[in-house]
Ligand binder design. Sequence first.
Ligand code: LLP
Length: 416
Amino acid sequence: HPYFQYRNNVLYAEDVPLDHLAHGLGTPLYVYSRAALKAAWETYRSAIGPLPVLVCYGMKANSNLAVLKEFVRLGAGFDIVSGGELKRALAVGADPAKIVFSGVGKQVWEMRDALAAGVKCFNVESEGELRRLSDVAQEMGMRAPVSLRVNPDVDAQTHPYISTGLKENKFGIAIESALDVYLTAQALPGLEIVGVDCHIGSQLTDISPYFDALEKLLDLIGQLDQAGIRIAHLDLGGGLGIRYTDETPPSPKALLDQVFERLNARGQGHLHLILEPGRSLVGNAGVLLTTVQYLKHSDARNFAIVDAAMNDLLRPALYDAYHGVQPLRPRAGDLVEYDIVGPVCESADWLAKGRALAIQQGDVLAVESAGAYSMAMASNYNTRARAAEVMVDGSNYHVVRQRETLDDLLRGESTL
Ligand code: LLP
C-alpha cells in the first residue's frame, strides 16, 4: 500500500509517522491518506478519458465529510441510500445532478428530500416503490427520473453476504419481469424513465460477472427500445474489489475498456454509463490503529488483546474478512502466532487470526485496508465510544471526526 510505508522501521501515512498520531490522539484511531484517495480516483479518471462515464462514489463505504469533500473536489457524483446520506452529500456541496439514489426501502420523506434537491436518478427496486415515487413526485408537481434496478441473476462469486445479483437476494426487480415493470413505470404520471441499473455484488475479483450482467441488460434495453422506451444511461453499480491480501482485482480500465467494446459491438455506444464504486475508492486509503493491551497465552492459542473491537471493525466478525496487521514499530525477536482480539464480550470479536508477530504490551498495530466499510459500520456495542478519524495530507494531518465521548453515548436516554 504505497501511501502507508515503513521509513527507518516506523510505519508512515504519507509523511506522517503513525506512532505520532497514535500517541497524540489515542487509539483506536482511523487514519486516512488524502493522496491515496486521489490516487484511487485517478485510476477511474484515467480509465474514463473522454468516455461518457459518471462515477458516483458509493458513499456507504465511508461517509466521513472530509472524504466526501475530497471526492466533490475531484468531481465525483454520489450514490446514496438514505436521506441521511443525501444530507451528508449536500453538506459538502455535492452537485445533486450527479447524485443517484439507490436502496430497497425508500421512505416518503427521503423521496421528497431527494426530489427537492434535484437528484439525477432514483434507482427503483420494486413496483410498490415506483407507485409511491410517482405519487410523491406528482404531489410536488414534478416527474421523478427513474431507473429500475434489475436483478440479472448472475453469480458474482463473492461472499454470500455481499452478493446481491442472485434471484434469492432482496435486491432489484427480476430480469424476467423488468419489461413489464418498465411498462408500468411508463404509464405512471409522476415518473420519467431515464435508465437501467444493476449492482451485482461487492469485492468482485473476477470481471466476468459484469459482462454476464451487461449482456442481459443490453437485451432488456433492446426490448425497451422496441416498446418505445429510450434509455439514456446504464448504471452498472459498484463492486470492484481491492487487495486485502493477495487478491488481484480487475482495474477500472479493464472493466471500462471491455464494457465499451461490448456496448459498441451491440450498437449501444451512445449510452452514458454510471458506476457506483465504493470500496475501490477508499478501501486501501485507510488503516485502523490499535494498541495492544494484553498478551495472553493458553495451550491452544496466543491472544493479543487490543483496544479496537468488532464495534470498531465489524468485517472480520461478520464476513470472516481478512485485514493485514502490521506493527507501527517492528521489533526484532521471535515471531509468535497471535489471534488479534478485542475487549467485547463475544467470541466473534476478533480482528485477525493466526498472525506471526513479534509484539509486546503497549505496542501499536495498524489494521490495514480499513478505509471502506470500517468506521462506516462501527457501533456502540458494549457502550464503547466510536473512534476518532484523521486525514493525513502530506506532512500535515487533520482530525476529521472527534472521538466520541461517553457523554455522547448517554445523550438522549432517560430513566422512568
Ligand atoms: N451500489 C450499490 C447499490 C450498492 O449496494 C453498493 C454496495 C455499492 C454501489 C458499492 O459497492 P462497492 O464498490 O463498495 O463494492 N459491508 C460489506 C460491503 C457491502 C456492500 C453493499 N453495497 C463489506 O464490508 O464488505
